[in-house]
Design a binder for this molecule. Sequence first.
Ligand code: PBG
Length: 333
Amino acid sequence: MNVTTTRLRRLRQKNSLRKLVQENNITVNDLVMPIFVKDKLTTKVEIASMPGCFQLGLNELDDEVDEIVSLGVFAVILFGIPSEKDALGSASMGDNGIVQQAIRRIKKRAPDLLVISDVCFCEYTDHGHCGVVVKSDDGMCGDTVDNDTTLPLLAQQAVSHAKAGADIVAPSGMLDNMVAAIRLGLDEAGYTKTLILSYAVKYASSFYGPFREAAEGAPKSGDRKSYQMNPANAAIGLLEAKQDIEQGADMVMVKPGMPYLDMVQRIKQNFPGTPLAVYQVSGEYSMIKAAALQGFLDERETVLESVVCMKRSGADIIITYFAKQIAKYLTAR
Ligand code: PBG
């Protein structure tokens, strides 16, 4: 046995010492709270698969915003659920669309709250896909999203969010050249200051299951495998991030979080100057909640561990349904 005089456990013997040498910390500055807002809803409705998370009507937004602000969280990401859906997702881009109304309402209530808006079509189309769908007759992938007819519509949707007052638009459809199309659209409309947070490295994941209940955006047929990434792949994620950054993304995202922290690390190492977000998605929230409700896991400790590990991997921004809860934990410490 090769005994050394180094004893690494010396650094871990007391709480104070452990804290003194801790490399990463979570603060409220890292957190983004998702909000689901539903057209024509006049109450708040709990999402069955996400206990503690709600669909809100427009009138319920004020209380939610007040609570978020009072906890010190200063960024939200907004998802809209329209009352009418059609093949092109027309309800996603009008001035009186649910998200546009919600953005204006939030900005009126809390002008300093950063509003990120998810830019996608799956909540707005009757088929539930993230763009214009064409029938594929090769029998290989089933019906799929037509990339280039969707791009101008995405740009239009992004511009309508910017016009309503969104600070950051976040395209989540994983279409090729979506960032370029949106940047061009925003700039042409005069919104040169609006940022783009691209869901650059987004996987076709089963962990989105509960979100599809929350946002009512499940595909009616087929899946999203022809546009979202294959969970078995890593290297192509670097190309996805590189392209989006070159096209003008101000920030990029890896999604989901916990099973994909290797990707967070790779993207941070390769693009250190680009702020990196990670999305702890609905299924991650549900897993921890369900286990905690059963008494199988200690909720507070598990939640805090899950997010500090995201920081350790290289994330700068953490989007999580636990954001409010984490802010409470941090102030109670
Ligand atoms: C919309 C979108 C999805 C999520 C964020 N934006 C669903 C999907 O791509 O199927 C998932 C978020 C979550 O699971 O919490 N395209």
